[in-house]
Design a binder for this molecule. Structure first.
Ligand code: FES
Length: 106
């Protein structure tokens, strides 16, 4: 599935990611800028914050309580479209997804 990451400076990177990886791993392993992922993906740092394109917000499984809680501590403004990219698993249904990376993670 092709996922587009809009980096903090507005540059768009579209990657073809394998099903089952997370948006965070896909981004960090491919050099996408702006995602720190300090905790390595265990939902305890909130430095992998992204904004999901509005068209997609309700097509993703909703955040688990642990993700909700971590989003309260995100450095950039929390919006209704805020998600932690380590908690979103790539699936065929996400082909075409666009996420925007905030200008700061800490
Ligand atoms: Fe730490 Fe996502 S990588 S919460």
């Amino acid at each position: 599935p092709r996922i587009t990451f809009v980096e903090p400076d507005g540059a768009a990177r579209t990657l073809d990611l394998p099903v089952g990886t997370t948006l965070m791993l896909g981004a960090t392993q491919n050099g996408v800028r702006g995602i720190l992922a300090d905790c390595g993906g265990c939902c305890s740092c909130a430095t992998c914050h992204v904004y999901v394109d509005e068209d997609w917000a309700d097509r993703l499984p909703p955040p688990e309580p642990a993700e909700e809680e971590m989003l309260h501590g995100a450095a950039a403004e929390r919006l209704p479209s805020s998600r932690l990219s380590c908690q979103i698993t790539v699936a065929e249904a996400l082909d075409g997804l666009v996420v925007r990376i905030p200008d700061r993670q800490v």
